[in-house]
Design a protein around this ligand. Sequence first.
Ligand code: ZN
Length: 501
Amino acid sequence: MQDKLNQLKKLIGRAVDMERAASVLEWDQETYMPPGGGEARADQIATLRSAFHEIFASDEAGRLLDELEKEAAGLDYDSDEASLIRVLRREHERRVRVPLELAEELARTASLAQQVWQKARANNDFKSFEPLLAKTVELKHRWAECFKPYENIYDPLLDYYEPGITYRQIDAVFSALKPPLVKLVKDITARLDVVDDTLLSQPFGAEGQMAFGREVITALGYDFERGRIDFSAHPFTIHFGRDDVRITTRIVEGIGSSALMSTVHEAGHAMYEQGTSPTLYRTWLDQGASMSVHESQSRFYENIIGRSRPFWRYWYPRLQAIFPNQLGQVDMETFYRALNRVQPSLIRVEADEVTYGLHVILRFELENDLMNGRVSVSDLPKEWNARMEAYLGVVPPNDAQGVLQDVHWSVGYIGYFPDYLLGSIFSVQLWEQMLKERPSVPAEIEAGQYGAILDWLREKIHRHGMKFTLPELSERITGGPLRWEPYMNYLQTKYGEIYGL
Ligand code: ZN
């Protein structure tokens, strides 16, 4: 058995090297590559990625997995070996079940649809995008059917981004969360003028923002010996194995909080990658479990820690010292409230902590209705606007600021949106559990001490890499499934206090 395991590891190790090399090229493309390099770079990345894909989908990988599965029955579920076989089986199936011609048609449609979507959004012309979106939905139907049996045709799409999760599980959480969340937004909307955030629109210099961001994430535990930070158009985290995990940030001069909060967010992703167990090196399991679990880490640091009073009691004097002209006369409480201002708005990516979830629930519901034929593509704009009004009390004046705002559907990412909210929900569940096990955490945050927090996350989540799914991690860490109540309590307590509800 050890022999076959070694063969499998050697095979996958080569694929992992190619994927990580492609990632280095991608990082360079987003940070330092001159514009002329674009075309050749696209070819280079495509070559490495297709070699990676071929190995994962290969007969050799399939044969080794077949043989190993027969012998693996006695292995401990939690062991690296059993996890390797289990996760690589899933990754192999994903690549072999979909016929090549369908995969190619999806890729072709996605690249065409993305271009058409860009124009459609710029021209506020949903009709021009409609035929390609309808085709994408039809192709996604065929794609999902490759993964029968399932209870809901939306399930394989959800599972692709968040392994182990089903429509029924997510719906149980989102449907319960929606009514109290809609009510909280309504209550806050009636008192919007209680919080003023104009102080954040002053000019904050890029250098000071970067210096402060570096100081904060170093304190949080991001390891610069195994990482670095650069500028890019859109902030992201990228890893080439646990010992080289890089982040980028974007400085928007007018918005004092955007660079800092996005740097803390990306550092949350990066510390997760830096914390995977060295024993998983080069196995493909040496990375975050999934999109939701990743977001639970980034949002934990950005929102639960980075937008909290204890955090700013420690850091605000430092920020004032860097920006004396902008903040010298502003007290911490005013700054804290500005940083947490709520404003129902049209655009998901600009949404605050409270309203964000409703943007996601709306997309989750529409995707499910679309896949099950209850809403047609041509009805989407109307359905979108009606739900925006019902959930957030705002109606898009046009489709560009409504149904056309996100790139996801154009590139075939149906089933991806729920993960953004699942991550936030899980982050609060983790926080609740952490407080139970370590009540001193808020005092530690106020003292600028984050070592125990990172150790806890390392022990419970980071070191496992891709071994466990979100539902499994939730069971292991909190003793039960994903729960919406801690998240809603957190929002009600924090924002009820800020808005005097
Ligand atoms: Zn993120």
